[in-house]
Design a protein around this ligand. Structure first.
Ligand code: ATP
Ligand code: MG
Length: 581
């Protein structure tokens, strides 16, 4: 049955308990995400349904049912228990998107551990910072990545267990444990940890776009937010083949690449190989993908490769597209409608929010370039930049903020209570994390800016740190970048402030060009004029720099702070998440 309803209908009498109804959940059932994503689906008749369609490099392909998911996650849960690990222990998953990543994630949750997924392309330093910060007790990795762990082991006294889940057992060092789940005996029964709603589940490190990455701790009851948004916003239905392109090292890859869809019993696909537009289209075609959740960085690359490539594939199974991670330019929405016959639906949220917050629903008209409207039950507000009081004047820019209390909200930054507290406007100096998360008189301030139009649609402006102050006017980079990519020559763009004697800052654009375009004086003039006419003389870049690639985080976000620091000759700060390949 379709999940599509109008926004107004969804809002009427909204209560989060509707999420339980969506799952057919009854009070007294076990609330453990690992169990809910596997055992519960099997117990409700889904044992033989396909849970995971996996493809790796070189076209390797495997398919797993929900019963496989149940048994393999049991095996990981038992292994970890046998190793002496206990509920509450931080257990890191450090591997490519291989099937064992998914099995072990659920297995950790089943035995009560806190899953700490980290992106496998991290080097040893990035890894060390996060394992040290979390006091991680065990790490699950592969032979390909274990070298990085060995290098830092001496400096991590709390890290007691190294478990290698793929590779050659003979090449392991003393003390390392080898575990190939598919060769190991089946574990038919595992008594999952009786989680409380507030029991910790996942510790996610943020993307590090604005500075030192922070560990956002989530709990088992986050599932209510993830399930309901997966159902209403991604519109997942039982017969869907769903593809979330995010790596579980980032929150999208767990909230919507594991928890939400599998708790709903949906078939997911995973592609564990490098990006090319062609490879992605083949993957959609071969697996008959129906719902696709991706990110602007990928969408812009697909645009760059053009519509002919789209037409060379059969993508007719697609019925719903959504995007997250960065602002989605209006042009990308319009292009996708033209190229795929379907618009991408932008969704705004953060590691900290655990689930979608401001969204474009399938049942709501899209205004290209807008993030949509707050999800029902989310008390979203815009706060004045100075006073932090709510503003409700259409078009006025403010800080995006949310009333605490939504189910998937993060419960703390790991070992950083002061930074956690500083995120809540109006919090007392000595407020404890558990008071903050339930106090609906406070605002959780996101660190992003937006405006709201007269129809209640939200428009992203930029991160607090990225806003450009030129001649006393605050200019959001997103508007300029969106206009820049509408120029026929430009593929991707970052707008930053550069120092200026008169105006304090002026706009500088750093851009990559579409195939067939070369930098030239004429092109520069054409771009400047284009922006001046579209936006204003104020927003017009005073300088345009052409680059082959924009600096991005490993999760695909443009690192404006890096470009800005280079421009101002300042310290670039923590770059552990800078993409370098
Ligand atoms: P850090 O907090 O370490 O600086 P980060 O904020 O990039 O890193 P994430 O939690 O992965 O880490 O990303 C959330 C941020 O991504 C949001 O705060 C926002 O800036 C941006 N973002 C995500 N989705 C959207 C969207 N749909 N539109 C605009 N911005 C978005
Ligand atoms: Mg952030």
């Amino acid at each position: 049955m379709s999940n599509i309803r109008s926004y107004e209908e969804r809002l009427k009498g909204f209560d989060w308990s509707v999420s339980r109804e969506v799952l057919g959940w009854t009070e007294g059932e076990l609330l453990n995400i690992g169990h809910m994503c596997s055992d519960r689906i099997c117990a409700n008749g889904g044992a033989d349904r396909t849970a995971l369609i996996w493809e790796g490099f070189g076209g390797k392909k495997q398919t797993y049912t929900f019963d496989d998911l149940r048994v393999h996650s049991n095996a990981f849960a038992k292994l970890l228990q046998d190793q002496g690990l206990e509920p509450g222990d931080r257990i890191c998953i450090f591997m490519d998107k291989i099937p064992s990543l998914y099995f072990s994630f659920l297995g950790i949750l089943k035995m009560g551990g806190i899953a700490q997924p980290l992106f496998s392309a991290f080097g040893d330093e990035s890894l060390e910072v996060r394992l040290d910060s979390a006091g991680t007790r065990a790490i699950l990795t592969t032979q390909k990545h274990v070298k990085k762990v060995r290098k830092i082991l001496d400096r991590l006294p709390e890290l007691k267990h190294i478990i290698v889940v793929e590779g050659n057992e003979a090449k392991l060092k003393d003390g390392e444990v080898f575990f190939d789940v598919e060769a190991a005996p089946r574990v038919e029964e595992f008594d999952s940890f009786r989680a409380e709603p507030e029991s910790p589940s996942v510790l996610h490190y943020t993307s590090g776009t604005t500075g030192q990455p922070k560990g956002a701790m989530h709990v088992h009851s986050s599932v209510w937010g993830q399930v309901l948004t997966a159902s209403w916003v991604l519109d997942l239905r039982p017969d869907d083949i769903y593809w979330c392109t995010a790596d579980p090292g980032w929150v999208t890859g767990t909230s919507y690449g594991i928890i939400g869809p599998w708790a709903l019993g949906i078939t997911q696909c995973v592609l564990d190989s490098g990006f090319t537009s062609k490879r992605w289209y083949e993957f959609i075609q071969d697996n008959r993908v129906t719902v696709w959740y991706s990110a602007p960085t990928a969408i812009r690359s697909l645009m760059r490769d053009g519509e002919d490539l789209v037409r060379a594939h059969d993508l007719s199974t697609l019925r719903h597209l959504a995007s997250v991670g960065e602002p989605l330019n209006a042009e990308a929405v319009i292009w996708s409608e033209k190229a795929y016959g379907l618009p991408f639906h932008d969704t705004f949220w953060q590691t900290e929010t655990g689930a979608m917050m401001i969204v474009n629903y399938p049942g709501m008209p899209i205004k290209p370039g807008s993030m949509g409207k707050p999800f029902p039950g989310i008390g979203a507000g815009l706060l004045d930049l100075e006073t932090q009081e709510p503003v409700d004047e259409p078009g006025k820019v403010g800080l995006i903020a949310f009333r605490p209390g939504w189910p998937s909200m993060f419960r703390r930054y790991w070992k950083k209570p002061d930074i956690y507290r500083s995120k809540f406007a109006g919090a007392a100096d000595d407020a404890m994390p558990d008071e903050l998360r339930t106090d609906e008189s406070l605002w959780y301030v996101s660190g992003d800016r937006a405006s709201v139009d007269k129809d209640g649609y939200w428009w992203f402006v930029g991160r607090d740190d990225d806003v450009i102050n030129t001649g006393g006017h605050l200019v959001g980079p997103f508007e300029i970048e969106s206009a820049l990519v509408e120029h026929e020559a430009i593929a991707e763009a970052a707008a930053i402030g550069k120092p200026d004697d008169v105006n304090m800052e002026v706009v500088k654009a750093v851009v990559t060009l579409n195939p067939g375009f070369e930098p030239s004086g004429d092109l520069e003039l054409s771009i400047m004029n284009f922006i001046r006419k579209r936006l204003s003389p104020l927003a017009m870049p005073q300088e345009i720099e052409y680059v082959e690639k924009l600096p991005k985080t490993r999760s695909g976000k443009i690192l404006r702070r890096y470009l800005r620091a280079l421009e101002w000759g300042e310290e670039v700060g923590d770059l552990s998440t800078l993409e370098d390949d």
